[in-house]
Design a protein around this ligand. Structure first.
Ligand code: HEC
Length: 75
């Protein structure tokens, strides 16, 4: 399970292919691990909010965990 390929398939349309948020600070994920914990990131992926769709039911729990791990390491 490759977190990066899950992100490429599901997230970059909004977050940008370099995760720069396409100019929106609240969508920049380049250093999201410095701001949010792994659990907070997983929660955001599952439930979305403020314009982001929730991915619960779309991604498997282990895919959410893999992506949350990968993003939490970005500091
Ligand atoms: C339809 C557009 C859209 C898609 C697709 C999307 N997001 Fe988001 N995402 C957003 C928006 C808009 C926000 C800002 C929400 C806010 O301000 O509270 C956000 C916020 C986030 C945050 C919190 C960032 C912060 O600094 O608080 C994380 C983490 C995140 N997204 C991860 C992901 C991941 C991982 C995926 C793919 C599985 C994804 N997003 C797919 C639109 C999207």
């Amino acid at each position: 399970m490759n977190a990066e390929s899950i992100v490429k398939a599901n997230c970059i349309s909004c977050h940008g292919d370099t995760l720069d948020g396409r100019g929106a600070a609240n969508k920049n994920l380049q250093k999201v691990g410095a701001k949010l914990s792994k659990d907070q990131i997983a929660n955001q992926i599952n439930n979305g909010g403020n314009g982001m769709p929730g991915f619960k039911g779309k991604l498997k729990p282990e895919e959410v965990t893999a992506v949350a791990d990968w993003l939490a390491a970005k500091k």
